[in-house]
Design a binder for this molecule. Structure first.
Ligand SMILES: [Zn+2]
Length: 213
């Protein structure tokens, strides 16, 4: 693991997870993308197509959001340092502590270390064939939805941190419209399938009300 600036270029632009061509997940990924490109209303674009399995639909979106949010954080990563962000937070009222299978007791971490752990943890889940099977006919585990909820909840915190602490940088590089679109897509998706506890939306409540009408 890189030390110091945890999000070195190499870490920041971690390889995207891709579905293999010819698999159902790949087709679904393309389909989801096509409906977005067709200018379909984001709120309609997230709805489960009539002939599709909800788990497959959720799996491709989770991977897609992971790839996109990872890139968004990457664009501000160099400004998110241990001195600028000594704790993973969303303003003074919201702090997030890290816990996982190894670190059982929630731990206070600088935001960049927290996000690194978060992205690595998600990467591990989505690359685990037992959790995210890529082949048609391989059943999803019973824990699949619970895992997706946890992944999406954690990804949401990256939005919270980036919007509240680094939005000026996103504006400076002209990425505001891009992150807003990604946020809206994410928000409509997780609310459509009730995948994130609404209390998580609290730090961005006003903004969400404004852009996700
Ligand atoms: Zn930061």
């Amino acid at each position: 693991m890189a030390s110091g600036g945890l999000f070195s270029k190499q870490r920041t632009f971690r390889p995207k997870k891709k579905w293999e061509r010819g698999t159902l997940k790949y087709e679904l990924h393309k389909r989801a993308k096509a409906s977005l490109n067709a200018g379909l209303d984001l709120k309609n674009a997230v709805a489960l197509p009539a002939d599709e399995d909800a788990n497959d639909w959720i799996a491709v979106h989770v991977v897609d959001f992971f790839n996109r949010i990872n890139l968004i954080y990457g664009t501000v990563g160099e400004f998110c340092t241990e001195s600028s962000c000594p704790v993973m937070s969303g303003g003074p009222k919201f702090e997030y502590y890290w816990a996982d299978e190894v670190q059982k007791k929630p731990q206070k971490l600088p935001a960049n270390q927290y996000v690194t752990k978060l992205m690595e943890w998600i990467e591990k889940q989505i690359n685990d064939e037992n959790i995210f099977p890529s082949q048609v006919g391989t059943p999803f585990p019973k824990t699949f939805l619970a895992t997706c909820k946890k992944i999406l909840t954690r990804l949401y915190r990256v939005f919270v941190h980036v919007y509240i602490h680094h939005f000026d940088k996103l504006i400076a590089i002209g990425a505001e419209a891009h992150i807003n679109t990604c946020y809206k897509h994410f928000y409509f998706f997780v609310t459509e399938f009730k995948l994130v506890d609404p209390k998580e939306f609290e730090p961005l409540r006003d903004m969400t009300a404004r852009i996700c009408r």
